[in-house]
Design a protein around this ligand. Structure first.
Ligand SMILES: [Zn+2]
Length: 143
């Protein structure tokens, strides 16, 4: 039983991973595909995402917000230079993909209907993710 549960969980995780990487989900109203393909240049002491502003645009989020998330979660500082994000230190392409996926799950995808047509709004000291598809409003952390 324990093994069965674990393998099912692993399968679901894998499935979730694959689906989110393909940008494919159910065909709900308001659904659209978001395909994130970061272009990464790795130098000895820097990791540069050359299409960074495009990625932020695909997610309909401020590039500064996405950058803060990446710096915070990777534990590495950096800066935005035009279209690019320059991270001080090495972040592998897999880690970049994982960070983008984490950001997508926390700050873009509606936790109720999984729609991606959402916005982050500020109310007093709080931040919420609001969904244009189902109207849900859920708190998100400030970053
Ligand atoms: Zn929703």
């Amino acid at each position: 039983m324990g093994v069965e549960l674990r393998s099912k969980e692993a399968y679901l995780k894998l499935l979730d991973y694959v689906l989110s990487h393909l940008g494919k989900r159910g065909s709900k109203v308001g659904d659209r595909l978001i395909e994130l393909k970061p272009s990464i240049i790795q130098e000895s002491k820097q990791t540069i995402i050359t299409n960074f502003s495009h990625l932020a645009e695909l997610l309909s989020r401020d590039s500064e917000h996405l950058a803060r998330f990446i710096f915070k979660e990777s534990g590495k500082p950096g800066m935005i230079e035009g279209e690019r994000l320059v991270i001080s230190g090495k972040v592998s392409p897999d880690e970049v993909a994982k960070l983008l996926q984490m950001y997508f799950r926390e700050f873009v995808k509606c936790p109720v209907c999984e729609g991606v047509d959402t916005a982050i709004v500020s109310e007093k000291r709080f931040r919420f993710i609001t969904c244009e598809v189902c109207g849900a409003k859920n708190p998100v952390r400030k970053i």
